[in-house]
Structures are given as structure tokens and as C-alpha cells.
Design a protein around this ligand. Structure first.
Ligand code: ADP
Length: 498
């Protein structure tokens, strides 16, 4: 087992990994940028090393700086979290070359899933169903037109090197294809440094259902249930739940077996996620994320498996502590990503100082965050404040617990998307489980967000407003007392003594 692990990440995920380390009795090393000097994760760790200026290109993704920090501190392993260097095969290779354990899959496995095109080729060869489309990049508009005609509209154009929903273009009709293609290519080039674009069928009523995989170095690969992540905005997940409302035992086994097959096809080890698109009864491989996902806590809540801990144990060469048959699902879990962004201003990021921060709690609630009262959310990184997770005996209980937690969650000083989450949770169609990735648009959730935000402000429907109403009262009373004392010419100190 390791004595010391360096966590090459920041914010809530750095703390999540450090929590696992603490429980395992492993010392932790944080790396931090200029903007993160006072961040909670840098204080939480046993040691912290400064790795450069605030922009991540100068600190968190500077491979040499991270490797040096590991050497300096005598760290035997590096956990990359998600984002930054987590899916960078060069970084994994650099760790391997320097005798540092990369807590994740091998660089070869990461490479195998790095390009969406290579992944599609590998999966097809392994007998995994992929979304209908091509398995090679397309460089000419004419070729793209021919292929799209064959696939049939609508289609979706994707950068091969893409991620985060960036550069993807949905094309409804032939006349729009050429301009969408040129634009996808230029975004792909400027964002990912590679203008390779390919095309897939744009599936109707798509649901995003993904399977958690765990694999050790000794040939055991299992699926740890599924998560449904269909509540998205601009292809970005905002609310996730586990299990999926449409899952049956039979479907879970079929999709799970395919997910294991996908992982085995690239000799996978560690935690990973096989993402599928589910459309009208059929499912297709979308991509594999070779890391721990943002939404992993909901899987932990329903299975009782600590995925971060298992990742570390497996990286240290231990056997996976459980078999497929030993994994069972208990209840339902939902995660809301609480972001510092303003849903009323097109979700514009809202960095700044947290004037007040009081976490939600109580039965069935888990909050993964890296903030505290007075903390300044820097503008350089993503806007995630925390991941609020509610677990209940069933979906209904998980939903009402989440609503209750949103009521009591206090975050002031920055705008948040809490009203957005309330709007989704209160929506009857969401409550019935009839969701797909178009839900937010189809249900015009933004109109509800506006209404809810206004109502709450006027009527003071949150714990935060109840508390500030009290403090307003206190302020009013002390002002009145002050005026009385002044009028009667009584010195304030005298009053205080009495
Ligand atoms: P990224 O890697 O950029 O996140 P993905 O390929 O994982 O991109 O797709 C992200 C989201 O885009 C999916 O969850 C889904 O909402 C939508 N999407 C992607 N491909 C398709 C498709 N073929 N049909 C319908 N929706 C799709």
C-alpha cells in the first residue's frame, strides 16, 4: 500500500480523494496554483506544493511541475481526479516512466479511448453496438454530404478529439450541413488542436445512461450499476440519478455485460465509465471516460462501494474487494451540480466571495464541496461549488429529500443555479421519470426558474431568507434602540452595562 499520494487536482474532487486517503491512512499532497493558495483542498492535505500561476495551463496541467512536486515530496502515486490531466495519456506515460503509480488505467487504455473515432473502431471490432455513423474522420464537405444522406437526417457532427460537448453540431437538414461542418472543424481546431470531425445519426428521444466499471490488475472487471444523466443543458450534465428510471434487471444485465466487454477490449483497470445513448428501446456505445466521473457519488450511495478508495487499492495491486454477484442496489440517489452561475443570465459564471455558506445536511444527504464562508471562487476554473446528493429508499423519497436540502442550503455572495434544480425537481414529467436529453428545452424549465426565483425572493421561502429576515429585524431593533438612547442622552456604554 502507498504511504503518500499526490492529488493532481483542485476543489471538491481533490478533497474527495483526500478523504479516501485519510480513511486508508495514506498521507496526502496537494498541488495548488496562485488562485488556490487559500482553497480548502490545499489546507486539507498533509502537505501542499505551489505549482504555478492561476491559469491551469501554467499549473494544473503542467506535467513537469506536477511530476517534480511528486518527487520533491516523495509521493509514490498520483491521483488525477477528473479533468486537467486525468485523461492525458502523455501524463500517465510520464508517471509510468518515472516510477510513479498513476491511479487510473494504463496510458495505452487512455489512448484507446482518447479519440472518439478510435474508440468507435475498437468497440465495433469488439462487438459493442455503436451509434450508427462513420468510424473515420471526414475532411471534405462533399464527402460529409454523401455520408449524411446515407445516414439520414438529423445527424450530429463531432470533433474526434472532443469533450465537454464542445464543437458538436446537430444538423436537421441537408441545406445546413456545409456551414455546420466548417464551423465544427474550426472549433475542433481551435479548442482541441485537431480539426478531425466525424458524423453520427442524431438519435430520437435520447437518454444518456452510463455504466460504472471497476477493474483490477488480476482480470476481474465488474459493472457497478448505472447512472442516468439525461438532464443536460448544452450537452452538459446538471442532474444525475442512479439507478435509471427505465432500468429493468434484464436490461441492466445486458448493458452491464456490454460495458464490461468494452472495458476488457482495452485491457481496462481502475474506475471507468462506459456511456451509452438509449433511444426507443435500443442502446449504443457513446464513449468511455477513463477516470472517476463527477457524478460517481450517486453510485457510491446506492451500492455502498467507495469508488475512490477502490481505485487506490486496485492501483496498489490489490484485488477488487467484491464480485459482480456481491454488488446490490439499495434505494435511489440524485445529484444536483450546484454551480456559481446565474440561470437567469444564460447561466453566466458568477465567481466571487461566498458571504455566507451553510451546507445542507440531515438524513440521506451528502455534500461534496471544496468551499467555506469567505472563500473566493476564482474565475479561472469550472464554476462547481458543490455536488449535492440525496439518497432515499426510492426515487420519490430521493426527490423530496433533495428539495428539502435545496431549501436549507445557504449560499450567498454569488449567484447559484439552485432555483434551476428546484424547477426540475418540481416538474411533473421529471417526477414521472419520463426524461430525455431535450427535457430542459421541451419543458421550458427556464420559465419556471424565473418564476421560482421571483417567488422565493418575494415570499422568503428559503432558510436563508428566514435567517436574513431575523438579522434584518435585529438591525432594525438596534437602530431604534440607538435612536432612543440618543434622544434621552444616555451613553450607549451605560445601556450596555445595564
Ligand atoms: P462529449 O465527449 O463532448 O461530452 P458525447 O459524445 O459524450 O460528447 O455527447 C454528449 C451528449 O451529447 C450526450 O450525453 C447527448 O446528450 C448528446 N449526444 C451525443 N451524441 C448523440 C447522438 N448521436 N444522438 C443524440 N444525442 C447525442
Amino acid at each position: 500500500m502507498f504511504n503518500k499520494i499526490l492529488i493532481a487536482n483542485r476543489g471538491e474532487i481533490a478533497i474527495r480523494v483526500m478523504r479516501a486517503c485519510r480513511e486508508l491512512g495514506i498521507s496526502t499532497v496537494a498541488v495548488y496554483s496562485e488562485a488556490d493558495r487559500n482553497a480548502l483542498f490545499a489546507k486539507y492535505a498533509d502537505e501542499a506544493v505551489y505549482v504555478g500561476p492561476s491559469p491551469s495551463s501554467k499549473s494544473y496541467i503542467k506535467i513537469d511541475n506536477i511530476i517534480n512536486a511528486a518527487f520533491e515530496t516523495g509521493s509514490e502515486a498520483i491521483h488525477p481526479g477528473y479533468g486537467f490531466l486525468a485523461e492525458n495519456p502523455s501524463f500517465a506515460r510520464e508517471c509510468e516512466a518515472n516510477g510513479i503509480v498513476f491511479i487510473g488505467p494504463t496510458s495505452t487504455s487512455i489512448d484507446g479511448m482518447g479519440s472518439k473515432i478510435t474508440a468507435r473502431q475498437t468497440m465495433k471490432a469488439a462487438g459493442v453496438p455503436i451509434v450508427p455513423g462513420v468510424e473515420s474522420g471526414i475532411s471534405r464537405a462533399r464527402e460529409m454530404l454523401e455520408i449524411a444522406d446515407e445516414i439520414g437526417y438529423p445527424v450530429i457532427l463531432k470533433p474526434a478529439a472532443g469533450g465537454g460537448g464542445i464543437g458538436m453540431k446537430i444538423v436537421e437538414q441537408r441545406g445546413d450541413l456545409e456551414s455546420a461542418f466548417t464551423s465544427a472543424q474550426s472549433i475542433a481546431k481551435s479548442t482541441f488542436g485537431d480539426d478531425t470531425v466525424y458524423v453520427e445519426k442524431y438519435l430520437p428521444e435520447p437518454r444518456h445512461i452510463e455504466f460504472q466499471i471497476m477493474a483490477d490488475n488480476h482480470g476481474r472487471t465488474v459493472y457497478v450499476a448505472e447512472r442516468e444523466c439525461s438532464i443536460q443543458r448544452r450537452h452538459q450534465k446538471l442532474i444525475e440519478e442512479a439507478p435509471s428510471p427505465i432500468m429493468t434487471e434484464d436490461l441492466r444485465q445486458r448493458m452491464g455485460d456490454i460495458a464490461v466487454k468494452a472495458a476488457k477490449a482495452i485491457d481496462y483497470r481502475s474506475a471507468g465509465t462506459v456511456e451509452f445513448m438509449y433511444s426507443r428501446g435500443d442502446f449504443y456505445f457513446l464513449e468511455m471516460n477513463t477516470r472517476l466521473q463527477v457524478e460517481h457519488p450517486i453510485t457510491e450511495m446506492i451500492t455502498g462501494i467507495d469508488l475512490a478508495k477502490e481505485q487506490i487499492l486496485v492501483a496498489a495491486g490489490e484485488d477488487l474487494g467484491f464480485s459482480q454477484d456481491e454488488i446490490s442496489i439499495r434505494g435511489w440517489a440524485i445529484e444536483c451540480r450546484i454551480n456559481a452561475e446565474d440561470p437567469l443570465k444564460d447561466f453566466a459564471p458568477s465567481p466571487g466571495r461566498l458571504k455566507r455558506y451553510r451546507s445542507a445536511g440531515g438524513p440521506g444527504i451528502r455534500v461534496d464541496s471544496g468551499v467555506y464562508t469567505g472563500y473566493v471562487i476564482p474565475p479561472y476554473y469550472d464554476s462547481l461549488i458543490s455536488k449535492l446528493v440525496a439518497h432515499g429508499r426510492n426515487r420519490k423519497e430521493a426527490i423530496v429529500r433533495m428539495e428539502r436540502a435545496l431549501y436549507e442550503y445557504i449560499i450567498t455572495g454569488v449567484a447559484t443555479n439552485i432555483a434551476f434544480h428546484k424547477a426540475v425537481l418540481r416538474n411533473p414529467r421529471f417526477q414521472s421519470g419520463d426524461i430525455n436529453t431535450h427535457f430542459i428545452k421541451e419543458e421550458n424549465i427556464l420559465a419556471d426558474v424565473k418564476r421560482i426565483a421571483k417567488e422565493e425572493e418575494e415570499k422568503g421561502l428559503t432558510l436563508a431568507s428566514a435567517l436574513s429576515a431575523d438579522s434584518r429585524k435585529v438591525a432594525a431593533i438596534s437602530a431604534a434602540v440607538g435612536m432612543y438612547l440618543a434622544k434621552e442622552n444616555i451613553p450607549q456604554e451605560k445601556m450596555a452595562q445595564e
